[in-house]
Write a protein that binds this ligand. Sequence first.
Ligand SMILES: Cc1cc2nc3c(=O)[nH]c(=O)nc-3n(C[C@H](O)[C@H](O)[C@H](O)COP(=O)(O)O)c2cc1C
Length: 209
Amino acid sequence: MKVIAINGSPKKEGNTYHAIQLVAEELKNENIEVEIIHVGNQVIRGCLACNACMKNKDGKCIIDNDPVNEVIQKMKEADGILLGSPVHYAAVSGTMKSFLDRAFYAGSGLFRHKVGAAVVAVRRSGGVPTFNQLNNFINYAEMAMPSSNYWNVIHGGAPGEVLQDEEGKQIMRVLGKNMAWLMKTIENGKQAIPAPEREPKTYMSFIRK
Ligand SMILES: Cc1cc2nc3c(=O)[nH]c(=O)nc-3n(C[C@H](O)[C@H](O)[C@H](O)COP(=O)(O)O)c2cc1C
């Protein structure tokens, strides 16, 4: 089994990377492969809201000159997806937001029933709203979400400082163990308990005549 971990920090080996690594170590202990993809340092523009992906239904974004489509493919092939972001102004980093909007809009149906979790690195404040923001993508895609023993936020400013946050490190470890367990449980139960069929989406704009 394999997990694709998305690092949404502009820094390659900053605190988000360390948060992901702490989860990854537990996954690897359970023989789950982890590939970290660094998107936070890429040039990724925001969604055009052109709805071409909805019309084409090919799991691709019409913007094809950046890493988004390639990463959607890798996420499609994985059993689990781990989203990591630093907190920028009490929210996910700008590049991560552009990536997630496009990857989940174009690829949403492809991630259904995979296991998905999020981790956040923050110096002081804004961790939980950012965690919630990441979880919104996972929930909308009908993914299965493992939890930890607190919200998945680790604290530190300078790169590597999160490794002094003992409680944060425990949160990441527990998340990694729970994620591995959920992945294996779903994998082993697939044959015995088939997944529910996907319902076509009902859209309402709350306009009454
Ligand atoms: C543009 C920007 C905005 C930030 N906003 C916040 C914030 O709202 N709250 C906070 O506590 N830290 C904030 N920080 C600090 C980072 O969240 C913190 O240093 C984090 O550990 C960085 O993770 P990284 O090393 O993976 O990039 C901000 C940093 C940057 C560069």
